[in-house]
Design a protein around this ligand. Sequence first.
Ligand code: NDP
Length: 335
Amino acid sequence: NRRIVLAARPRGAPTAQDFRLEQVPVTAPADGQVLLRTVYLSLDPYMRGRMSEGPSYVPPLALGETMGGGTVSRVVASRHPGFREGELVLGATGWQDYALSDGEGLMPVRDTAHPSYALSVLGMPGFTAYHGLLNIGQPRPGETVVVAAASGAVGAVVGQIARIRGARVIGVAGGAEKRRYVTEQLGFDACLDRRDPHLAQQLAEACPDGIDVYFENVGGAVLDAVLPLLREGARVPVCGGIAHYNDEAPPPGPDRLPMLMALVLRKRLRLQGFIILDHYADGYAPFLRDMSAWVAEGKVKLREDVVVGLENAPAALMGLLEGKNFGKVVVRVAD
Ligand code: NDP
């Protein structure tokens, strides 16, 4: 039984030395427990935050603690009345081959043809896109929606739902291949390159009437390009800021906070942060109903970037933070 623990707190971008693979014995389940074999492990940007100390919405990992994460697992031994051997369950057992559970927080995986969807389009990232866009962004037909990390787990779903709602959607992504995928396969109206030095000008040309909804995933150069284009009354669901997750200090330069606040006031902007964990009790069931239908009808597509082998999870998380992934990253830990 392998597990990967936090070996050191990263300075800036994580490196291989910040992780350690350990071997530990597998223990048989006690009465009321199940033994789970990890099949898929989800890799997500928030994991970078947990590697550092400091304020976040999930507590930091302790040094030596197993890296956390959402998982789809197979029940390999059960002494719990609610679970049968062979069944697939969604849980959060982290970066390890096997885990014991008392059943708390485990949910059955219904779509056994695509079990990894429970970690992607039908799971946390899909729900994040759905809740943030529809409840906070509230796009109306004909409005312009902008989202970056547009080929990724959240951004791809944001854009496709916005299209379903009749909005124009402009994506931002890293590189020609991702941009092509976003327009040709996902049906966005356009997709720009986040590294292009003329991004601000290109975004202005792509949004001649301005921006009504900016779904904030990244910060950095994309946010800079977006701000001057926001229309009066624009909505900004603040979901994440991956361009800054490895920052050790505030970026150099003048203090632009007063300008931002003046813009919020003058343009009557609504910026609202949200953490998806708060919304499962009320929102998950309606999300699952709508999204399952959209996926079945082919209205929402999803690309998964499947990494094979638990031992490759550290490199894959490092790559995710740099945009080396192409689609939702899941690690295939076992068959
Ligand atoms: P993705 O699958 O989109 O992968 C991350 C992507 O971020 C990369 O592929 C890359 O895309 C982009 N990226 C990396 N560095 C930068 C940079 N410097 N500037 C701009 N883009 C960059 O990840 P997710 O869809 O899982 O997550 C997207 C965002 O949503 C993150 O900010 C995450 O923290 C947030 N989130 C928030 C939740 C909440 O509850 N609030 C829940 C889930 C996610 P590319 O190369 O195409 O630019």
